[in-house]
Design a protein around this ligand. Structure first.
Ligand SMILES: Cc1ncc(COP(=O)(O)O)c(C=O)c1O
Length: 426
């Protein structure tokens, strides 16, 4: 019995499903989770010492790869002086100033401990600021697990939403409308139907949580216009996209600026983090200057901030983005060549250093209904084969994988060969 199997048996006795976050349970792929002991550069090592090239990268934060020496050094140095104060510390100011420089459309930032917490705060802030209650979101976008965001579209477009989780009250779900991604007509109709009631429109500006789905040309621009016209705040959830495609937000890259920006993942360099940024006018509504309450024992934690600041400074100094993009494009090309030769029933979508291998020939992939047509059984056996070949992909068809600065050309080429072997056996 492998060390991972033994641990999973023990874990299932004392942790629900044996995991502390559901997708880790391998429910939608074959086999049981692997338990990791060590990460170095582009690789993780399981408890039996087996090495995997890691394309999951902790679901996004590890843009510098595992245990980047500069990040680890910053963490060590900071930890030696205390793990938490619950009192103001200088790194909070340094991080907020750094974010202000890199995210110029926001003047002020509040640090929290996760993306979920940041989104929850952003929506409360939008509701407090607009004195409205409804939230407009998009099917297939994920914004963490707070009650209001665990809802799906109702049976008909523009009916109010239904909760996608037990334990979320119908009242909460009734204040959220979820419409198809990339469908501006539905947004328009929702604004018409819920006139003067929508506090915020929240969107992943590049969707990652249904696999990689890009915004159609003009979609985000139209969202910007419609939100402003209807007095709602536009919230970009950049938990994945922030510092992913350049040393700043996706918003700055395309010049469509939201009212509130939500950050997480990369800005913590692998430590728990989240942040909300907006204009001084909006942010002043947060306690203690305003009436929207928000707090946190570990918010602005020095060790998390040390990891985040070291990561962001390194990204600014080294600008690894063109290289990440080239490597992801190469990886996608390898797979799409096999697809064009009809040896593989899939297609790889890549953007910057992020990619998803979709097991469908359906095109275009513009929303959840499109990607839902993927052959998840085919993905599951592909995932198993890649794992056996020493490559750790995110264990779901509807997720992103990432290239980090620690990945090498050899990693990408070896992965291409493993995929070709898989295709040859189909
Ligand atoms: C776009 C987006 N927003 C919010 C979250 C929630 O972040 P966290 O898992 O840190 O709570 C995630 C997590 O994957 C995410 O992808």
């Amino acid at each position: 019995m492998s060390g991972s199997s033994e641990l999973f048996e023990r874990a299932r006795r004392v942790i629900p499903g044996g995991v502390n976050s559901p997708v880790r349970a391998f429910g939608s792929v074959e086999g049981n989770p692997v338990f990791m002991e060590k990460g170095v550069g582009s690789a993780v090592y399981d408890v039996d010492g087996v090495k995997y090239v890691d394309f999951c990268c902790s679901w996004g934060p590890l843009i510098l790869g595992h245990a980047d020496p500069d990040v680890v050094e910053a963490v060590k140095r900071t930890a030696e002086n205390g793990l938490s104060f619950g009192i103001c510390n200088p790194l909070e100011v340094e991080m907020a100033e750094l974010l202000e420089q890199r995210v110029p459309h926001a003047d002020m930032f509040r640090m929290v401990n996760s993306g979920t917490e940041a989104v929850m705060t952003a929506l409360r802030l939008a509701r407090g600021y607009t004195e409205r209650s409804m939230i407009l979101k998009f099917d297939g976008c994920y914004h963490g697990h707070s009650d209001a965001l665990l809802v799906n579209a109702g049976s008909g477009l523009l009916t109010q939403s239904v909760s996608s989780s037990a334990g979320v009250s119908a009242n909460v779900a009734s204040e959220v409308v979820s419409v198809p991604y990339n469908d501006i007509e539905s947004v328009d109709e929702a604004f018409a139907k819920y006139k003067d009631r929508v506090a915020a429109v929240i969107v992943e500006p590049v969707a990652g949580n249904m696999g990689l789905v890009r915004p159609k040309k003009g979609f985000l621009e139209a969202l910007r216009e419609l939100s402003a016209e209807n007095g709602a705040l536009l919230v970009f959830d950049e938990v994945i996209t922030g510092f992913r495609f350049h040393a700043g937000t996706f918003a700055e890259l395309i010049g469509v600026l939201p009212d509130i920006t939500v950050l997480g993942k990369i800005i913590g360099g692998g430590m728990p983090i989240g942040a909300i940024g907006a204009s001084k006018e909006i942010m002043s509504h947060l306690a203690p200057t305003g009436g929207v309450y928000q707090a946190g024992t570990l918010s602005g934690n020095p060790v998390a901030l040390a990891a985040g600041i070291a990561t962001l400074r390194k990204l600014v100094e080294t600008n690894p983005y063109p290289k990440l993009e080239r490597m992801a494009a190469r990886l996608a090309e390898n797979i799409n060549r096999l697809a064009a030769e009809k040896r593989l029933p899939s297609r790889c979508e890549a953007f910057g250093g992020a990619f998803t291998i979709f097991f469908t020939s359906n095109r275009p992939l513009e929303n959840l209904a499109d990607v839902a047509k993927c052959d998840t059984d085919a993905f599951a056996s592909f995932h198993r084969r890649m794992l056996d070949a020493g490559f750790y992909l995110s264990p779901s068809q509807f997720e992103l994988d990432f290239i980090s600065t620690a990945h090498t050309e050899e990693d990408v080429n070896a992965f291409g060969e493993a995929v070709a072997d898989f295709a040859a056996d189909l």
